[in-house]
Design a protein around this ligand. Sequence first.
Ligand code: HEC
Ligand code: HEC
Ligand code: HEC
Ligand code: HEC
Ligand code: HEC
Length: 447
Amino acid sequence: MSRGSYALGLVAALAASSSCTSESPKLLQGEALKDPESCRSCHASHVDEWSGSMHAYAAEDPVFVAMNAVGQRETNGALGDFCVKCHAPIAVLEGATKDGSNLAELPPYMRGVTCYFCHSVESVEGTHNNPLRLASDGVMRGGIADPVDNPAHASSYSRWLDRDRRESSDMCGACHDIVSPAGAHIERTFSEWQASQFGNGEAARVSCGNCHMPGRKAPIADFDGVKLREFHGHEWPGVDVALTPFPNREKQRAAVEKSLAETLIAQLCVSPPLADLTVDVVLENAFAGHAFPSGAAPDRRFWVELVARKGDAVVFESGVVPDGGAVAELGDPNLLLFRDRVFDAEGKETHSFWQAASYESNLLMPRPAPDHRFTKSYRVPLKAGLADRVTMRMWAQPVGLDVLAPLVASGDLAPEVVAAIPTFPVTTVEWVAADGYGCVPKDAFGP
Ligand code: HEC
Ligand code: HEC
Ligand code: HEC
Ligand code: HEC
Ligand code: HEC
């Protein structure tokens, strides 16, 4: 990002707008234009939805604050504005923070990924680590070619903000792809999308916004003369939820739970016992436009719990996590855990992903990746008795408890935050002997 041209532009914009104050006395400027609260009088629903989103939470998130603090300590400040450039980009552009250590003291309009930030994007100058350049003309850019004039701001169409254009994915993707200071490609949502059936090939392009900003017919501004338009959702449910008091917490949580539950196709296949009973868990990432999990995969813990019973007795189990336990520390040889691991320059595994020099990945990839339909076989020993019921559950935890424990131990994170980490159900499939040997549901992948 070029802070220099931004500052110059700001001066030019202020000069330009002050010369026409007689015509548009209420045109929002400076801080007022950057403050989401200024948009509420006309765009109440956009403001309300955004307020509960992770874009609004990006600089409040106590896990973010703790990790950034640890990262600054570990690197003696060399980490600099690496993290805040994405989590509080306006604060960085304004020169109000150099390392994010003072975020709590900054005015709200500088925290998080704000309306002004996205709606001022003028060009996308790279593919990762937020290379977005903002205009400083005060024009709010969006997907509407014929916006009704209003006294608060000038409006303009932009292909970077039209979800029906693939360029809009370049805009989102510029932040949703991270290369660590040591050069490891640790978050790859954008590049995964580019290689997927959704981002690849000229015919069928589905943008980030097509899936993450669902449209509905509604006016988009409470203002005279506006017609019915397509309102695009500004909640962006993903995996994370607010871990501290925050607007719309329950609503956002419900949206995340629903979205996670609609991502996979799952099937459980039980073969007739020969030596042992064989149970295949088949999972397909059918509806995400990238891997599942994606992005913050070094912190995510998505895993399969499999329990086989004979009557009420458990004859086999895998992935059963005791209350408050960390799934990554189960020591279960059969555990099916989807996540990334990152390693520092010495090849040592680390949770300090800013130190990452390399990574290993085990994620459910989207089509057309060869393993987009993933099968894992479990052998259920017959000696404990022939199972008559097998239950498979997949769970998703936004941040592993093994990642959080060191942050609590170092005094950077309050223990209450750890207790607030949810574990979401992703999918459940059960086989019972009465189904007969074979797969349930039978036609999960078509007849
Ligand atoms: C992460 C980026 C991002 C943030 C943050 C954001 N928006 Fe948007 N917004 C978009 C995109 C993308 C579209 C266009 C969707 C399309 O037309 O395909 C949009 C569309 C709009 C529109 C046009 C109507 C519509 O729904 O398409 C309005 C008005 C709007 N946003 C207001 C706001 C306000 C107010 C805020 C803050 C409270 C905000 N936006 C925050 C990305 C963002
Ligand atoms: C005084 C009312 C008012 C205020 C305040 C206001 N807007 Fe708007 N905005 C409008 C109207 C009216 C439209 C055009 C709606 C239409 O044509 O359907 C609009 C359109 C937009 C668009 C779409 C532009 C396009 O061409 O695609 C965006 C983005 C937007 N506003 C963002 C914001 C943001 C961000 C704020 C707060 C900084 C804000 N607006 C404050 C009235 C307002
Ligand atoms: C300025 C960088 C930036 C841009 C541009 C941006 N995002 Fe984000 N996005 C973030 C950050 C940072 C977070 C995570 C905040 C947190 O959880 O602490 C996030 C979170 C999300 C989440 C929720 C993830 C979760 O784990 O719950 C979704 C979904 C999302 N963004 C989609 C989009 C889409 C779609 C666009 C484009 C319209 C977009 N983003 C543009 C930075 C950005
Ligand atoms: C075909 C629809 C589709 C497309 C296209 C798509 N996504 Fe997603 N995305 C999903 C689904 C489904 C999920 C998983 C459900 C969830 O996390 O709530 C998801 C999850 C996410 C998450 C949370 C991931 C995690 O594990 O932490 C982010 C962030 C995200 N998407 C951003 C993007 C961005 C950025 C793009 C474009 C480069 C994009 N998505 C394209 C459907 C889509
Ligand atoms: C290029 C932009 C970018 C940079 C740089 C960045 N983040 Fe993020 N961060 C994101 C996005 C996007 C998400 C949402 C990821 C997802 O859901 O897939 C996110 C999510 C998070 C989350 C919530 C999920 C989790 O993993 O617990 C934390 C915490 C976080 N980031 C911390 C940091 C820290 C600390 C740094 C610096 C070392 C950093 N981020 C640097 C874009 C960025």
